[in-house]
Design a protein around this ligand. Structure first.
Ligand code: ZN
Length: 309
């Protein structure tokens, strides 16, 4: 079965201030890497435009409306010190939402084995009622909720290997035992959450923080000892990956030393678990990753693994 790849040129139209690491060139670098013939087998579809109702799967209607209303017609507005909106931002955000929902529909109905959305801006820092850390709507949370509401998934696991802790995803599912949130991330680092002691009201938050300088061996050990056994016993009907690639050694925003091979390894581990637990169903969403070479090589390794190459 196939691997679905969703993206859209609108991802290039979310402008950020000069020098901002979360920039349109990230998507261009991924597009270039995927021109290689080993990706000829990807099923490529344009990310459809999502709706406010989809965003409301993870956020209150008033928050969704506020984001829509604050979006500028021209110029740029700052939501916080690192999070800005340009005239193209809202469409990019909504196509990120639409891609997540489309990916769930294709994977849950068996039309695709797994799926990857290469959209920006990312989503995992967006809390229920707060945009922050380059993020507006929490795509991973929307993905999990849509799988539950539209496809009857009982349990969904979100695995987040972005180098930053996904405070937004943790916030949204803190009291919800039907969605497990697992994260490896550098600590200390933005946004400051993600201690092992943060376990949620239902013990379904699993944080495995890493220290600055840690490399692939320590990442893999944390993944195998702290995360995979919890996923096994949880038994998800779908695995969502918050696939940030800023733990790559080249990344300018953090100090972990992962390589693209580590991301491929983690992908294969999750695929093996998904094969035994949920017919291989994985939806992966691009989060961070700010060195263009590290990002494009890591996405290529991740996609090669998802394709079974
Ligand atoms: Zn990040």
């Amino acid at each position: 079965m196939s691997t679905l790849f969703l993206s859209h040129p609108a991802a290039l139209d979310h402008q950020t201030p000069p020098g901002h690491p979360e920039r349109p060139d990230r998507i261009r670098a991924i597009d270039r890497a995927l021109e290689d013939e080993r990706f000829a087998g990807l099923v490529r579809e344009p990310a459809p435009l999502g709706t406010a109702a989809m965003a409301e799967l993870a956020h209150p209607a008033a928050y969704v409306k506020a984001i829509e209303e604050v979006a500028p017609r021209d110029g740029m507005i700052a939501i916080d010190a690192d999070t800005t909106m340009s005239p193209g931002t809202l469409e990019a955000v909504l196509r990120g939402v639409g891609a997540a929902v489309q990916a769930v529909d294709e994977v849950m109905t068996g039309r695709a084995r797994n799926a990857f959305s290469a959209m920006r801006p990312p989503g995992h820092h967006a809390e229920r009622t707060r945009a922050m850390g380059f993020c507006f709507f929490n795509n991973a949370a929307i993905t999990a909720r849509h799988a539950q509401k539209a496809h009857g998934a009982e349990r969904v696991a979100i695995v987040d290997w972005d180098v930053h802790h996904g405070n937004g995803s943790q916030d949204i599912f803190w009291s919800d035992g039907s969605v497990m949130y697992c994260s490896t991330h550098q600590m200390p680092l933005y946004p400051g959450t993600g201690a092992v002691s943060e376990r949620g009201d239902r013990d379904t938050i699993v944080n495995a923080p890493l220290r600055p300088g840690d490399g692939g061996d320590i990442f893999r050990a944390a993944f195998e000892t702290a995360i995979l056994p919890r996923l096994e016993s949880f038994g998800p009907d779908l695995i969502v990956i918050s696939a940030g690639f800023d733990a790559h050694w080249r990344d300018p925003l953090a100090n972990l030393n992962l390589t693209e091979a580590d991301f491929a390894w983690a992908t294969q581990k999750l695929m093996a678990l998904a094969d035994t637990r949920c017919e291989g169903r994985i939806v992966s969403l691009l989060e961070g990753g700010y060195d263009l070479d590290g990002l494009s090589k890591s996405v290529a390794a991740h996609l090669s693994a998802l394709m079974g190459a």
